[in-house]
Design a protein around this ligand. Structure first.
Ligand code: NAI
Length: 331
C-alpha cells in the first residue's frame, strides 16, 4: 500500500508479505532512499524477512513492514506519524506496526493515538517499549551458542568480536560482549559513538570500510543490511557472523559463499527476533517480562537445531534456515 499525504509530508509504503500465520507484524523504518523504487524494494525485502522471522520464532503472526520516506521538507513529526497511523488503521488489523531504524518510541506513541495496531509502547508495569535491549539479548545468546559450535568455546571470554554499528542494538550488544570478556573492535559513521565505546569498553575503533575485514573471531553486523556480498565475503576473516542487522545477505547465493569459505553465518531473522518477540508479547498482553526473556533466550536452542539440520542435510546454515522457516510458514 502506498500512502501520500501532502499536508503532513507523509510518503510511506506498507508491505504485507504473508498473513498465513496471522496478521502481518513488523516495524516501520524512517529513512532517506535514493529513489522510490529503492524504498519499495527495501519494504518488500524487509516484509519477507518478517514472515521468516515470525515463523521461525513460532509467533502467531505473518510478515509485514513499513517504510516512511524521509523527505527534505520540514514537517511536524507527530502529525506525520499520525498520518501513518491512520493508514495502518485503514488496514484494520491486517498489519501491526512498531519501531524500526529511524522510528522512536515517541513516534509509536503518536501512531498509537490513532490506531490500536501499534506496538513498542511501554506498559504501565515498565515492560515493552523500545525492543532493542531484547534484540541484543537474543543476538548475544545466539553468538554465545554459535561460538560453542564454531570454536568449541564454553564462554566468550577472550574472543575478538567486531561490532559494525553502535546504535540501539549494537551498543547494548557491545555492553554484553564486554561484560563477557570479549575484545571489541567497533565502527560507526557516528564518531561520538565509537569514542564512547573506546572509553566504556576499551574497544579498538576502525573505519567503517574496514570493520568487516578485521582479524577477529566473530563479526556482528548491527548497522544496515546487504553488507555480506560478493566483494566483502572473500575478505572476511571472522569464522562466525551473527548480528542484528536485517537482510545481511545481499543475495541468497551469498549464504553459500560464506559456507564455502568455512564461515558460519547465523541468519539475521533467526538471531534478531528478540525485538519482535518483545513487541508481540507486549501487544498481546498478559506476559511477564521474565517469561519474555526466557522466550528470547530460546533463540539459542534454535541455533543448536540449525547446526544439526544443516549438517544432516549437508547444506549451508542459511539454506537450512530458509527451508525450516518456509516449512513453518507453510504449515
Ligand atoms: P540504530 O539506528 O539505532 O543504529 C544503527 C547504527 O548503525 C547507528 O549508530 C548508525 O550510525 C550506524 N551506522 C549506519 N551506517 C553505518 C555503516 N555503514 N557502518 C557502521 N555503522 C553504521 O538501529 P538499531 O535499532 O540498532 O538497529 C540496527 C539493525 O538491526 C538494523 O538493521 C535494524 O533493522 C536491525 N534490527 C533492529 C531491531 C531492534 O530491536 N532495534 C530488531 C531487529 C532488527
Amino acid at each position: 500500500m502506498l500512502v501520500t499525504e501532502e499536508k503532513t509530508g507523509l510518503r510511506a509504503i506498507i508491505a504485507i508479505h504473508s498473513t498465513a500465520r496471522g496478521p502481518a507484524f513488523g516495524g516501520c523504518r524512517y529513512w532517506s532512499y535514493g529513489s522510490d523504487l529503492a524504498a519499495m524494494e527495501d519494504a518488500l525485502r524487509l516484509s519477507r524477512g518478517m514472515s521468516l522471522k515470525n515463523a521461525m520464532a513460532d509467533l502467531p503472526f505473518g510478515g509485514g513492514k513499513a517504510v516512511i520516506l524521509r523527505g527534505d521538507g520540514q514537517h511536524e513529526r507527530n502529525a506525520m506519524y499520525q498520518a501513518f497511523g491512520r493508514a495502518v488503521q485503514v488496514l484494520a488489523g491486517t498489519y501491526i506496526t512498531g519501531e524500526d531504524v529511524g522510528t522512536s518510541v515517541a513516534d509509536m506513541l503518536a501512531v498509537r493515538e490513532v490506531t490500536p495496531y501499534a506496538a513498542g509502547i511501554p506498559r504501565p508495569d515498565g515492560f515493552g517499549g523500545n525492543p532493542s535491549p531484547k534484540t541484543a539479548l537474543g543476538v548475544f545468546a545466539a553468538i554465545e551458542r554459535g561460538a560453542s559450535h564454531v570454536f568449541g568455546a564454553r564462554e566468550l571470554s577472550g574472543l575478538r568480536v567486531a561490532v559494525q554499528g553502535l546504535g540501539a542494538v549494537g551498543w547494548a550488544l557491545a555492553e554484553r560482549l564486554h561484560r563477557a570478556g570479549c575484545k571489541l573492535v567497533v565502527a560507526d559513521i557516528d564518531d561520538s559513538r565509537t569514542a564512547a565505546a573506546r572509553r566504556a569498553f576499551n574497544a579498538v575503533v576502525v573505519a567503517v570500510d574496514d570493520i568487516a575485514t578485521q582479524d577477529v573471531d566473530i563479526l556482528a553486523p548491527c548497522a544496515l543490511g546487504a553488507t555480506l556480498h560478493r566483494q566483502s565475503i572473500p575478505a572476511l576473516r571472522a569464522r562466525l557472523v551473527a548480528g542484528a542487522a536485517n537482510n545481511q545477505l545481499a543475495t541468497n547465493g551469498d549464504g553459500d559463499a560464506l559456507h564455502e569459505r568455512g564461515i558460519a553465518y547465523l541468519p539475521d531473522y533467526l538471531v534478531n527476533a528478540g525485538g519482535i518477540i518483545s513487541c508481540v508479547r507486549e501487544y498481546q498482553g498478559g506476559f511477564a517480562e521474565a517469561d519474555v526473556d526466557a522466550e528470547v533466550l530460546r533463540i539459542a536452542n534454535r541455533v543448536d537445531s540449525l547446526f544439526v539440520r544443516a549438517s544432516s542435510a549437508g547444506e549451508p546454515l542459511s539454506r537450512a534456515a530458509d527451508r525450516w522457516a518456509l516449512e513453518k510458514l507453510a504449515s
